[in-house]
Design a binder for this molecule. Structure first.
Ligand code: CA
Length: 227
């Protein structure tokens, strides 16, 4: 899932981005409100981590602008310890949750995961598609009793597919949600990851779960199945 990380503190932004990436998220860091607005104008984000105190922008106005996008990303606001009014204002403006600074990076990741589990994302803690299970918290996948070990990027691609079971996802959609701003739409990287995933998910004796839909994209699970 793809996250926009808005934070003007260089050290915190870099460490949080590294931690989120190691946890399987695609992350676009933004050091300013201006950069956040530019990125949000061109990329669909599943979640935004928003530092309220930005030197060049009003964090609350930025939250409102981000929430107006369609589909609206989940917003996790980071506020100062004693700023109770900030937290209330943020929640009133549509932020989904807040985190008090300084926060532990493990808690940041857990909060983002929790946001992505809420009803609009229609996903339980452990994702399941036709007997294939994926736990985003541990990044462990299994099919039946078979444990499937995934790299961070394979996990990211599989999570995007598993959140839209039975739907044909275009390469562009997968790229937008599993890669950050460095994604090159002209490359064949998605096909490479799909091929790797298919080898891991679909053993020769099993019913294939990961289908290629010619000229359209990829589908995980039976067509027309309800999420
Ligand atoms: Ca700040």
């Amino acid at each position: 899932m793809r996250v926009l990380l808005v934070e003007d503190d260089d050290t915190l932004r870099e460490s949080a981005a590294a931690y989120l990436r190691a946890s399987g998220f695609a992350v676009d860091p933004a050091a300013s409100g201006k950069m956040a607005r530019e990125l949000a104008a061109v990329s669909p984000y599943d979640a935004v981590i928003l530092d309220v105190g930005l030197p060049d922008d009003d964090g609350f106005a930025l939250c409102t602008a981000l929430r107006r996008r369609s589909p609206a990303p989940r917003v996790l606001m980071a506020t100062a310890r004693d700023a109770v009014e900030d937290r209330i204002a943020g929640l009133d403006l549509g932020a989904d949750d807040y985190l008090v600074k300084p926060y532990a990076l493990g808690e940041l990741v857990a909060r983002v995961r929790a946001l992505l589990r809420r009803p609009d994302h229609a996903a339980p803690a452990v994702l399941e598609v036709d007997g294939l299970l994926l736990d985003p918290a541990t990044r462990e996948a299994r099919r039946g009793t078979r444990v499937i070990t995934l790299t961070t990027k394979e996990f990211a691609v599989l999570e995007v597919l598993m959140r839209a079971p039975g739907r044909v996802l275009t390469r562009e959609f997968i790229g937008e949600h599993a890669w950050d701003d460095n994604f090159d739409p002209g490359s064949n990287i998605i096909d490479v990851y799909i091929a790797r995933l298919r080898r891991k998910i679909d053993a020769p004796e099993e019913t294939p779960l990961l289908a290629t839909v010619r000229g359209a994209g990829y589908r995980l699970g039976r067509a027309g199945r309800r999420a």
